[in-house]
Every structure is written in structure tokens, then in C-alpha cells.
Write a protein that binds this ligand. Structure first.
Ligand code: AMP
Length: 399
């Protein structure tokens, strides 16, 4: 981790107003109810530390992807009640994240009070990293805290640029634990070290896979991306996911694994289906032998056993991406088998880091979030950190 940055533990917030970038990008249902408050819960330790010190908290976040200006469905007012409940205290709301009202509300805050600013992305200046907009945000607080690991790979106004206007700038507990846990895997992992890569696209994960080749003992590849490997090796994959332009690259990866002495595990068999639907006709097929009109939507039974054995014998595990279309019950067995194996290995003393939105969502779907070592809240940010890139949101906290 960047040794030059400090955390909330290094400061007292007594009598101060902390401007805290959190990630409250929570899912809402059609009636604007929060359907999963994990991200709100994850921000509580930092907020409560500041309040306990006697400081005031000004919270800022994005929600969704508003296109042009304010849109009611992306208003952070929808999360206010959940936040108040989680904090067990009233929370004030500024219907515009900058401007006179936000300034007045922030200026009037006393120690122990909390103010939530409206969605930062109602201003295009946020994602553009506009300095003037960042300055207006900065004028609201005395200390800057960044606890939004999920957006730390973006140089947005509230995640990076704003820090230039503060002398006191620190990371929150969530950001700290995300970095510390990623470092456990990156630094000096206990061996055998196994990385499990899945999900839809190989193009999203190619850099991390290449990076991991230098570090892991075992590399397991499943999910949609595995079919590009199967096709490149000369197999047939029917209508399964394919990134044709990445076929040569998959062959290079296979070679690279051999050169570096990494055990590369690809699926042996697959659950196939005639349609991308839970109730479509199903069958099984050896890898590389999927008939026309069928698509692979999960790893098969033989593969589940193979992958689970490798995982159970590991001492450090990094998992990013599901083994199949786990959102549909007909195709969630592969992902569940991996999740169970990761839990078993963790019970035996392995360190397991589940990173990235969808594998985290899968582990939570199976109710196993508590049974692994750490579930990261950051998808893209974790991948970029693991790729060895410096995250702008972390770098900005340097003195
Ligand atoms: P990613 O965001 O790249 O980790 O991809 C996660 C998505 O990949 C999930 O929504 C899965 O449903 C999807 N996925 C995994 N395996 C397959 C597959 N064999 N075919 C199509 N989609 C898949």
C-alpha cells in the first residue's frame, strides 16, 4: 500500500467538519427502496469514528448514471431513511451538492451532525474532474476523507481533484481495509496461491490475468471467457460467448502459463442450453464439443470437482468472476461449487479475497459472505490495483 497516505485513525476530528466521499451507489427497486444496503453499512465505521471524535460529517456520493443534470430516480434523497436508520440519528439533506444552500447547511453543522449532499453526478463536472467544481465541494469541509474504494480508479472531482484543496486528507476504514487485503494477495502470498477468473469477458480481465501469471501457482479460468480459449484450441463452442479477436491471445496465455510453471485449469465439461433462459432445454457437453444451436452457460460436474479440489488445496485465493450465469438457478451450480470450496479452504486457514461485483454478488447470493476472508466492494478499482496501477483516489491523498 502507498505508505505516504494516512487514515482516519491518524487524525482527531473534534470540532472539525469532514467532507467524506462515500460509495452510496446502492441498488433501488421501482419504488425507490434500497434493496441492498451493504454499501451504506460499509461506510459506517468511518462515519461513526468522526462523529465519536466530536466532528461533523458531510457525505458525498454518486448514484447511478444520470445523463444530463438532475433526475429524480437517481436522487440520493431515496436513501436518506436507510442512512438515518443505519446511523441511528437524523441526517440533513442538501438538494444540490454545491451552491448556497449546501454551503449554509454545511456551515451550520455541529459536532455529531450529518449532512448528505445530493448526487454528485448531477453535474457533468464531477466525472470530468473539473477543478472549479472540486473547489466548491472542498469549501464545505475542513478535512477530506475518501472512503469510496469502488471509484478510487477514477480521477473525478470528488475522488481525486478535491484533495488538492486540503492539507488534511486521509482514507477511511473501508478504503484502508480494501488496500490492506489486496496487499495480502499481492505482497507475499502464502502458497499455493490460486486465482479463479470467470465472468463474461476476457477483454476486461486480460491485464490482471497477465499480471497474475507472475504470482500464482494455479490459474483457474471459467465462465463465459473460457469458450474463447476452447475455440482457439480448435474446439467447437456452438453459440457460447466468444471474443474472436482475443483467440490468439488465449493461446499466448496458455503458452505463458507453461513457461512460468503456472498450472492453468480450463473447463473439462459444460452445462449447455438451447437458449439464454432458465427453463430452456439443457444438456452437458465436453469442452470444445458444443454442438450448433447450443451454448455453454456453466461449468459441468467434472469441472466442478476438478476446480474445487484445486481451490481446497490452496492457502491464498483470489476470485473474480462467476463460473456461469449464476443469476439463473439452472446455471449457478459451478459458481456455488467454487464458493463452497473457497469457504472450505478458508476454514482450513486459507486467505480468500473475493473481488469484483459479480463474484461478490454471487457469494452474497449464496449467503457465504461471512465465511470468506474478505469480500471487496470494488470491481474495477480492485482489478486496476491488482494490475499494479496507481489509483488516482489513493494517490490524491499523498501530502
Ligand atoms: P463479469 O462482470 O465480467 O465478471 O461478468 C459477470 C457476468 O458474466 C455475469 O452476469 C454472468 O451471468 C456472466 N456469465 C458468466 N458465465 C457466462 C456464460 N457462460 N455465458 C454468458 N454469460 C456468462
Amino acid at each position: 500500500m502507498n505508505s505516504r497516505i494516512k487514515s482516519v485513525d491518524n487524525l482527531s476530528f473534534e470540532g472539525k467538519k469532514a467532507l467524506v466521499r462515500v460509495d452510496f451507489n446502492v441498488p433501488l427497486d421501482g419504488d425507490f427502496n434500497v434493496t441492498d444496503d451493504t454499501r451504506i453499512q460499509a461506510a459506517l465505521p468511518t462515519i461513526n469514528k468522526i462523529l465519536k471524535d466530536g466532528g461533523a460529517v458531510i457525505l458525498m456520493s454518486h448514484l447511478g448514471r444520470p445523463k444530463e443534470g438532475p433526475e429524480d430516480k437517481f436522487s440520493l434523497k431515496h436513501i436518506l431513511l436507510d442512512l438515518e436508520k443505519a446511523l441511528d440519528r437524523p441526517v440533513k439533506f442538501a438538494p444540490d451538492c454545491v451552491g448556497d444552500e449546501a454551503k449554509q447547511l454545511a456551515a451550520g453543522l455541529k459536532g455529531g451532525e450529518v449532512l448528505l449532499l445530493e448526487n454528485l453526478r448531477f453535474y457533468k463536472e464531477e466525472t470530468k474532474g473539473d477543478a472549479e467544481f472540486a473547489k466548491q465541494l472542498a469549501s464545505l469541509g475542513d478535512i477530506y476523507v475518501n472512503d469510496a474504494f469502488g471509484t478510487a480508479h477514477r480521477a473525478h472531482a470528488s475522488t481525486a481533484i478535491v484533495a488538492e484543496y486540503f492539507t488534511d486528507k486521509v482514507c477511511g476504514y473501508l478504503m484502508l481495509s480494501e488496500l490492506e487485503n489486496a496487499d495480502k494477495v499481492l505482497g507475499n502470498p502464502v502458497r499455493p496461491f490460486t486465482a479463479i477468473m470467470g465472468g463474461a469477458k476476457i477483454s476486461d480481465k486480460i491485464l490482471i490475468i497477465e499480471k497474475l501469471m507472475d504470482k500464482v501457482d494455479n490459474l483457474i479460468i471459467g465462465g463465459g471467457m473460457s469458450y474463447t480459449f476452447a475455440k482457439a484450441k480448435g474446439g467447437t463452442i456452438g453459440d457460447s460467448l466468444l471474443e474472436e479477436d482475443k483467440m490468439p491471445l488465449t493461446l499466448e496465455l496458455v503458452e505463458k502459463a507453461k513457461e512460468k510453471g503456472v498450472n492453468l485449469y480450463l473447463p473439462l465439461d459444460n452445462i449447455i442450453s438451447t437458449d439464454f433462459a432458465n427453463d430452456a432445454e439443457q444438456g452437458t457437453s465436453k469442452s470444445g464439443q458444443i454442438p450448433d444451436g447450443w451454448m455453454g452457460l456453466d461449468i459441468g460436474e467434472e469441472t466442478r470437482t476438478l476446480f474445487a479440489d484445486v481451490v481446497k488445496n490452496s492457502k491464498t485465493i483470489l476470485w473474480n468472476g462467476p463460473m456461469g450465469v449464476f443469476e439463473m438457478s439452472s446455471f449457478d451450480k459451478g459458481t456455488k461449487a467454487i464458493a463452497d470450496a473457497v469457504v472450505d479452504a478458508t476454514k482450513e486457514g486459507a486467505f480468500s479475497l473475493i473481488g469484483g461485483g459479480d463474484s461478490a454478488a454471487a457469494v452474497n447470493k449464496f449467503g457465504l459472505g461471512e465465511d470468506v476472508s474478505f469480500v471487496s466492494t470494488g470491481g474495477g478499482a480492485l482489478l486496476e490495483y491488482m494490475e499494479g496501477k496507481e489509483l488516482p483516489g489513493v494517490k490524491a491523498l499523498e501530502p
